[in-house]
Design a protein around this ligand. Sequence first.
Ligand code: NAP
Length: 496
Amino acid sequence: MTRSDSPLPISVDHLVIGAGFAGLGTAIKLAESGEDDFLVIEKDGGIGGTWRANTYPGAACDVPSQLYSFSFAPNPGWSMSFSPQPEIEAYLRDVAETSGTLDRFAFETELTEARWEEADRRWHVTTNRGEIVAKTLISGSGGLSVPKMPDIDGIETFQGEVFHSARWNHDVDLTGKRVAIIGTGASSIQIVPSIQPDVEHLDVYQRTAPYVLARNDRRYTGVEKLLFKHLPGLQKAYRTAIYWARELYVPGFVWNPKLAAPARRMALANIAKGIPDPGLRARVTPDFQIGCKRILMSNTYYPALAADNVDLVTDSIVKVTGDAIVTAGGVERPIDVLIVATGFQTTEQPIAEHIHGRDGHSLSDVWAEHGMASYKGTTTRGFPNLFQIVGANTGLGHSSMVLMIESQLAYITDALRTMRTQDVATIEPHRSAQEDWNDDIQRRMRRTVWSTGGCSSWYLDAHGKNTTLWPRTTFTFRRLLARFDAENYDLEPADA
Ligand code: NAP
């Protein structure tokens, strides 16, 4: 029983936003730590977050399944070494059901505004279904949730079907159609090989060639699944081995990009294996350092590009007409369906404009001048009792975001424990602590491949500043967030 159709409570101790990995993990950890008075609101109709929203053909995780699950809820039943989207969504649903927290979720409930009121030292939250007052606001609203549509002249005049990869229109049958896909990022390289066999013709519009490594996905055998089920220690050891293999990417990203040379060789070998034509090989070969943009994983993307019914278009798009895309030089390519796989809003978190802090300014206002910045990617000066999961500089280019989310959950639950045991009404990071944290991150950013690798990417904001990625190892992040450091916060006692 969920609370989607029952009235919302007037007030709760903790209001959690989002029912993806972050929101669900929060619910489980709050319940475990005895913080029982909480509600999770989710704008969508169920558990899953991005893994419910992204249902495009071929959607799968490019992080190994073993790492893409909560450490406290291993899944011995993954069918593949890289899980398909429906399995991840089902996993999250199962974890939610088993955890006994589902009755604390209100679906189809969207936050429209949250304001901190000094008078009662509470968050006053407006949703489409009513108002809720909360002592703390914990946002798990996701870094990749709002699709970014390209600003292309005439796109609104296109008469055929047009949709974003994250809002796939399953009513449109692509069989025998002339289709165009704009973008060659993580979503596109999964879509292209999935739809290529069915469509009459596919134009793939590439602005920047990405690095694509072989994914080498494989099905787990029945014996492996049995062993994982009955010997959880074995599955844990397997997960640990994958964890350390992934962590080995970090030196090449953040210390010396030359260390990533073997990965570049593997990427070039993947091109050579998948594409026989030297001309096409040259056009898909990236001209920046590997790691500067997210490294993609696929065995099937290049063979699909090389298929007879696919054209890679690298001329820039000038406009879209009622039935075609026109590129530089006036070449017009007629299409029936246009798929837009152009990514998400990342450097301005969409929720930021709705959250107003102590002086009435929104997070967006505060971040407008210098970009996103928080303390430990979690708390923000001027926004008491606000916790953001997957906040500023917590993203990863090499491993599972679930690791980062769990580190943040440990920090948040320890903060709440401190508040309860010391009878604290509000916590807010010291300005100096927040500045030092961000100065250190930006100093470390300077020599990373994301700054020096010769590409532009969604990791960088309008100022060219990397406010999205974590420039250190995941175990360092976990260590730095293992304990709530009250000494770096203003704590207001409840009786003040
Ligand atoms: P993305 O990686 O940001 O790729 C967007 C693509 O669209 C890029 O090729 C970009 O070109 C192109 N593009 C953007 N605007 C354009 C324009 N106006 N004209 C022409 N091309 C344009 O987006 P995504 O593929 O949706 O993936 C976003 C993120 O989601 C990923 O980086 C990843 O973190 C996550 N994701 C993860 C998985 C997974 O398996 N775990 C799967 C899918 C997505 P430029 O490169 O030139 O900017």
